[in-house]
Write a protein that binds this ligand. Sequence first.
Ligand code: GUN
Length: 285
Amino acid sequence: MAILLDGRQTASKCRERIRAQVETLVKETGVRPGLAVILVGEDPASQVYVRNKKRACEDVGFVSEEYRLSADVPETELLDLIDTLNEKETIDGILVQLPLPQGFDEKKVIAAIAPRKDVDAFGFENVGRIMTGDFDFVPCTPAGILMLLKEYGVELAGKRAVVIGRSNIVGKPMAMLLLHENATVSICHSHTKDLGAITREAEILVAAVGKAGFVTADMVKDGAVVIDVGMNRTEKGLCGDVNFEAVKEKAAMITPVPGGVGPMTIAMLLQNTLTSAKKRAAARQ
Ligand code: GUN
């Protein structure tokens, strides 16, 4: 039976550290970190994510602002709101919950967020910075995974890492961060031939596919560290991308779903917002 990588416990430790830093920042500079979250439409999963983000902000002493727009607002209204928040002194981070409803140009909307407030690190400037290794904001899910691996003492340098999935939110930045840690990285996707032959080589396997139970035990190397980014709603409840029951007997370490990667993602969002607030405070000195 594999060791469980406990995201709830690790995220709670992170939040503890962030809460202490917020207190010091407020005491020494009067700056309190502020995050604005924008939700367009009524996607039930997005509503849950936004609620969790708001709760996490309040828990560590941030200012939290929530903006809800209906799915049929003109895109210009959303862009105007982003402009206002870009200029708003007390807001350090702006997050537009994705996916946006049909008809919105996601790239254009993300590009409207000022790079210094783009705490998701989805905009062109921050993505470019991640590529070159010169970054302040790290994409939250991949950053959370790295922190979890470090917390459990997983060595990455020289290791064979395989990422399944090539999304801009998870797969691509995950591969880049693993590369910065000196792992040898492969990215697999729906056109990959003989996927199992590649995943069986992985000492670190990250599944970000969006299909319940996609990674089966025969695809996993004995003693691998398996990270499950999946959050699939099925009739059996929330399921990861990994067939947990079978794979946990083969892997050395594995993340549960829920309680693995999810809580870490929110902790990293808080971390990025705190980084942004510290910059605001330093600029005022
Ligand atoms: N939708 C799913 N994950 C994310 C995320 O990390 N950030 C935003 N903005 N939307 C998401």
